[in-house]
Design a protein around this ligand. Sequence first.
Ligand code: ATP
Ligand code: MG
Length: 261
Amino acid sequence: MTFLVVANQKGGVGKTTTAISLGAAMVERGSRILLIDLDPQANATSGLGVSKSRDGVYSVIVKEQPIAQYAVKTSVANLDLVPSGADMAGAEVELVPLMAREFRLRRALKEVAGYDMVIIDCPPSLGLLTVNALAAGDVVLVPVQCEYYALEGLAQLLETIGAVRERLNERLDALAIVLTMEDRRNRLSMEVAEEVRKHFPQLVAHTHIPRTVRLAEAPSHGKPITLYDPASRAAEAYRELAREIESRLRSRQPIALAGSA
Ligand SMILES: Nc1ncnc2c1ncn2[C@@H]1O[C@H](COP(=O)(O)OP(=O)(O)OP(=O)(O)O)[C@@H](O)[C@H]1O
Ligand SMILES: [Mg+2]
């Protein structure tokens, strides 16, 4: 089982869209996926058509309730969700005085079984919730919006990943940067994509996600793009990304094995 964290402290860059769409595309390839919505905004929860008012990740990380109790089915078979909701609003602060506050999610995830991959959707900050995700993760996927200031914050995020690896979770690795909301008719969008690629040639995924209104519409129907508009460019892009992520995961295997020997 792989634990994949979708993180970027910048808001609105496509984290949730990527977590949902990638998860749904992985399911099409035969994987069983558990998505953890760690964001108090609960966008992944509502985007998958699940009510924000049911108990979920808060009970797991703050109250230490067994996670299996809170995983619910979504509109996609084999894509289950641990939802977020209103109770998460104070979680970041409530975690502070708790024992092993950085490891609450990691501890909870030890009991997860029956999935090929756990995808964790983070809030737009580098606070304790995101640190919990990083402390529990194997790999990090960083969506970056093809807009001015795209690079801003990226260095800080990679530093945080490095600090977490050193202090909390030596397994953690940055897996890929995914360029999102790319507009091929917009010169700035293309220049930014080029710039990010120049800075991080190994890390930037070959697959870019186009800007399309279909992706913005899908959440209001409670469905991932692969169900909402299966033949769309966006659905195809996320299928391509799923293939690329699988191959990146496969090729890092020997490193992981060498590291644990
Ligand atoms: N490729 C895309 N094309 C068009 N719209 C998109 C695309 N990706 C995401 N969006 C829309 O942009 C907005 C932000 O995307 P999303 O919620 O995935 O970002 P986020 O990083 O999770 O945001 P937050 O930081 O608030 O959690 C949403 O309204 C979403 O529907
Ligand atoms: Mg989000």
